[in-house]
Design a protein around this ligand. Structure first.
Ligand SMILES: [Fe+2]
Ligand SMILES: [Fe+2]
Length: 222
């Protein structure tokens, strides 16, 4: 990779003993903890997980870009999501490079049930739809953070573990930005809606799932 800041260079990330970003607020926000079974299966299937992770970074950037076009009137959203798009695309490049280093060929991997399972509850009228999609964004970012942190502790690939720790800082900020943006477009507290999506998200994480993906539920195929 060329033309990136030194702190975002994978060699620099790998060479530093980075203290883990505190994500206790994210654990408090989420309604379920990743199961030991998911972690064990994920640890044994890192090539698939990395492909799905790459897909998620690209999807995160694409979704945010769509929001930038759809909600042009919201100045703060423009700024926050422009930065987010830039960071997600950097992550995409980094994951591709990490895959290449490990000899993992690109493969087509369809998305799992997770994002669809959240988005099907998005209300169709505005500003409710905007509030919901931003809350969903917050949950996806928060869950990513929780899983990077958990994976960093169990995988044997030291460089990848450091990379996952590196991601915690930006992904936890993305969670905070999405949540703050959701509140900013609502005249009323969004707590009830957040609680609703917390329960939906926890169910997707805690229930049996026939596929392994970065945001999949408890593997029921092993
Ligand atoms: Fe990312
Ligand atoms: Fe993110």
């Amino acid at each position: 990779m060329t033309d990136i800041l030194p702190e975002d260079d994978l060699h620099v990330i790998a060479s530093r003993a980075k203290a883990k970003t505190d994500i206790s607020h994210i654990h408090a926000f989420l309604g379920a903890k990743t199961s030991d079974k998911w972690l064990a299966v994920a640890k044994d299937n890192l090539p698939l997980l990395m492909q799905d992770h790459a897909n998620c970074e690209k999807k995160a950037a694409g979704t945010a870009m769509n929001l930038i076009f759809r909600y042009e009137f919201h100045r703060d959203l423009q700024e926050k999501l422009a930065q987010l798009v830039r960071e997600e695309m950097l992550h995409y490049e980094q994951v591709l490079e990490l895959m290449k280093e490990r000899g993992i060929a690109w493969s087509h991997l369809p998305a799992g049930r997770y994002a669809k399972g959240l988005l099907k509850h998005k209300r169709t009228w505005e500003p409710a739809g905007m509030i919901d999609v931003l809350i969903i964004g917050a949950f996806i970012e928060a869950r990513s953070c929780e899983r990077f942190s958990a994976l960093a502790d169990v995988i044997d690939d030291e460089k990848l573990s450091k990379y996952y720790k590196y991601l915690l800082k930006s992904e936890s900020r993305h969670y905070e930005d999405y949540l703050a943006l959701a509140q900013s477009v609502s005249d009323e507290p969004i707590d009830e809606r957040v609680a609703f999506f917390r329960a939906v998200e926890a169910e997707l994480i805690d229930s049996p799932d026939g596929e392994l993906r970065f945001h999949s539920g408890v593997p029921d195929f092993v």
